[in-house]
Design a binder for this molecule. Structure first.
Ligand code: AMP
Length: 557
């Protein structure tokens, strides 16, 4: 064995704190604008953000938090949440962003599984925290992201409530970020996955910084210090696709929209803050486009937008690109991938092709970014050709793809690759096209619904012998759940009775939009439900909510 000749460069660990330190030092006066829960617009700079993040770190250490411990957040996109991204991770604790749209029992499961020490929350979620507190006995305190004047909103919480502004104000921020092992954990996000219980993806400092580098590249989000960036994608959903890390890395201005994500509110903020770049799921863009159309107006500063989380509808791509001159970057990824995997942007040769051919490419989920390797495999595990026709299970690997789930010993990897649960083709251009999902979850408005949970409730009904819940196309929410039911012999139950049976058992927006009764469900030879076949059978099923009637979606959140 010969000793390798080592490079002679500095071995500086990649730490998340370096992102905000860089922005504070080199883009110190660049703005962070937030629409606050309190209703007003808050403005400050990267320099102030770093200062307060350090104060938060000191406050948490004073509360006894040590490296590796988890701090939960239940919050919208805002400057205090951003401070948690850096203040929690900067001294080695783990920032665990929690999706408040889940059912309280699920959130409690997540908080307990993560073993969160404290949970920071926006006061909009005070009623939720009041429900969670008795279910989460190991949480030492709940920190309201507000000042003393607004603490009264939290009176219903029967557990210790601390005031964020008071904690931060008690510290001086005179503190240097420690140098952490770059492989140590920085952020934790839970995904609904295919089984009932959500599972945690635990990112490292190294994976987060590398992902931020990758996300900023020109053929990815292409962020720069000339951008004003508005992430609509929530900071509680896979770290807002890495934007809170990539924006300070690039020195881009950040505009954080708070809780009002309707078309009018977003448009007004985009125009007022001269936003050039945004990112979100198709459902929010639908609302934004509707507003712009109704007002007969146009975008005056918006140049490009990432659409992902669910497939971007062709009409949306055309509307943004052709009607409004806004470049669409269709993206695919997942929680297990931090989340970015592929993005659709045309290279020089492709951009010389006729417009129709360009649209056909942009409609796909795009090319793997540097740092992500992908392949499609058949049922025997053999790799399939990149001909745009053969479709198979999509496997990925790379430095920001998970190796295993938090607290799960068994590896989800297959020969060193992570199986995504998506079914795809890859064309000779290297463009990925997601054609289906082998995992059974349903994605409504960018948020998961576990089909297994829905089925388990259905079969608990005395008149139901067997039930399958599948995704059905919906114009607003992209997908909504459809319940297909086989009744027990001699029993009767109506659609409405069955839907009423879900009340109080799951979040309202998890309740299926329709029920179809059938004589039998398709099964595989081993007795498993054939969801792919069922989805094929109901491909053209029109949900009553798709006709403009009452709408499920994310109602109430
Ligand atoms: P999440 O972990 O919540 O980010 O969800 C990841 C999953 O969302 C992927 O595995 C896909 O099933 C789906 N997904 C994400 N982006 C897209 C897209 N652009 N087109 C189709 N499906 C997508």
């Amino acid at each position: 064995m010969t000793t390798p000749l080592l490079g002679q460069m500095m071995d500086v660990p990649l730490n998340v704190s370096s992102l905000i330190a860089h922005a504070a030092r080199y883009h110190g006066t660049t703005g962070i604008v937030s629409r606050r829960i309190e209703g007003d617009i808050h403005r400050y700079t990267y320099r102030e953000c770093e200062q307060r993040s350090k104060q938060l770190a000191q406050a948490l250490m004073r509360l006894g938090i040590t490296a590796g411990e988890r701090i939960g957040t239940l919050a919208w996109n805002g400057y205090r949440h951003l401070e948690a991204y850096f203040g929690v991770t900067g001294f080695g604790a783990v920032c665990h962003t929690i999706n408040p749209r889940l059912f309280p029992e699920q959130i409690a499961f997540i908080v307990n599984d993560a073993d969160d020490r404290y949970v920071l929350f926006d006061t909009t979620f005070a009623p939720l925290v009041a429900q969670l507190a008795p279910l989460c006995p190991n949480v030492r305190g709940w920190v309201a992201l507000t000042d003393e004047a607004h603490l009264a909103d939290c009176a219903s919480i029967a557990a210790p409530v601390l005031c964020y502004e008071t904690l931060v104000a008690a510290e001086d921020g005179a503190f240097d970020w420690p140098v952490l092992d770059e492989r140590s954990a920085s952020n934790l996000c839970y995904t609904s996955g295919t089984t009932g219980h959500p599972k945690g993806a635990l990112y490292s400092h190294r994976s987060s910084v590398l992902h931020a580098f990758g996300a900023s590249l020109p053929d990815a989000m292409g962020l720069s210090s000339r951008d004003s960036v508005l992430p609509v994608v929530p900071m509680f959903h896979v770290n807002a696709w890495g934007i809170p890390h990539a924006a300070p890395l690039s020195g881009a201005k950040l505009v954080l929209p708070g809780k009002d994500l309707d078309g009018k509110s977003l448009f007004e903020l985009m125009e007022a803050e001269r936003v050039t770049f945004s990112a979100g799921v198709p459902t929010v863009w639908m609302g934004l486009l509707n507003h712009v159309r109704q007002q007969g107006t146009r975008f005056h500063s918006l140049e490009r937008t990432v659409i992902g989380g669910s497939a971007c509808p062709p009409a949306m791509l055309r509307a943004f690109e052709d009607d409004y001159g806004v470049r669409v970057i269709h993206a695919w990824g997942m929680t297990e991938m931090s989340p970015l995997g592929t993005l659709a942007s045309l290279n020089w040769e492709q951009s010389q092709r006729p417009r129709e051919a360009q649209h056909a490419l942009l409609q796909k989920q795009g090319r793997a970014m540097f740092g992500v390797d992908m392949k499609i495999v058949g049922p025997d595990g053999a790799e399939l050709p990149w001909d745009g026709v053969a479709f198979g299970d999509l496997h990925v690997r790379g430095p920001w793809v998970i190796d295993r789930y938090f607290r799960h010993d068994e590896s989800p990897l297959v020969n060193g690759w992570f199986p995504t649960g998506d079914v795809a083709t890859i064309d000779p251009d290297g463009f990925l096209n997601i054609t289906d999902r082998s995992k059974d979850v349903i994605k409504s408005g960018g948020e998961w619904i576990s089909s297994i949970d829905i089925e388990n409730i259905a079969v608990a009904h005395p008149a139901v012998a067997e039930a399958a819940c599948i995704a059905c196309a919906h114009p607003r929410w992209t997908e909504r759940p459809l319940l297909v039911v086989v009744k027990r012999a001699g029993k009767t139950v109506t659609r409405d009775e069955l839907l009423a049976f879900y009340e109080g058992k799951v979040a309202k927006w998890w309740i299926p939009d329709d029920v179809v009764f059938v004589d039998e469900l398709p099964h595989t030879a081993t007795g498993k439900l054939q969801k792919l076949k069922l989805r094929e059978v109901f491909r053209n099923h029109v949900l009553p909510t798709a006709l403009g009637g009452e709408c499920g979606g994310l109602g109430g959140s």
